[in-house]
Design a protein around this ligand. Sequence first.
Ligand code: ATP
Length: 191
Amino acid sequence: MKSIGLFGGSFDPVHMGHLLVAQAAREELDLDRLFFIPAAQSPFKPELRPSPARARVQLLRLSLAGQSWCEVDEQEIQRGGVSYTIDTVRDYARRFPGAPLFYLIGADHLPQLPKWRATEELAQLAEFVVIPRPGQAEAQFPAPFRGRQLAGFPLGVSSSQIRARVKAGLPIAHLVPCRVAEAIRNYGLYL
Ligand code: ATP
């Protein structure tokens, strides 16, 4: 049975922290496939209007070029509105019956998990996997979630930091893949 990783987020923009999460998950969980699932609108960032979905998806595609085990799944964008993880995980459970589903989250999201929609069902359908972010304590999974923490490659990069650096005219080389940095420049994002 193939094991499948699901990685949701705003990806505004995708950065090296996200890509190292993917790399760690593939190696440590022996994943066959990993789906990046950009949200239309995060329920936890209602005050933030993300960049257009088209641009976020394009940056993701550029960052994953040549990595055939990774895919971009646009279902949350196509559904529109606020994106709830349970809707997405239900879809994967239906499409890949019996396959182990691993949902990846950064350690900063762990305390929020009990507030996610349909927690009991979500915890039953997917195993949650926490990837360390520097400065975050050891993962404690709130009930009813089960999960594990990866060693990963902790990197203190965030999308908000990238947006702030672009706005301030600071370089983002090595924090995002060079194709992504070039596209951010070409599209005039985050100015
Ligand atoms: P922002 O700074 O805008 O809040 P972000 O960098 O946290 O964005 P998201 O797209 O919101 O990026 O993150 C998607 C997922 O990736 C979340 O689960 C988040 O915790 C995780 N993540 C983001 N950056 C890292 C990182 N450097 N290390 C580990 N996990 C990360």
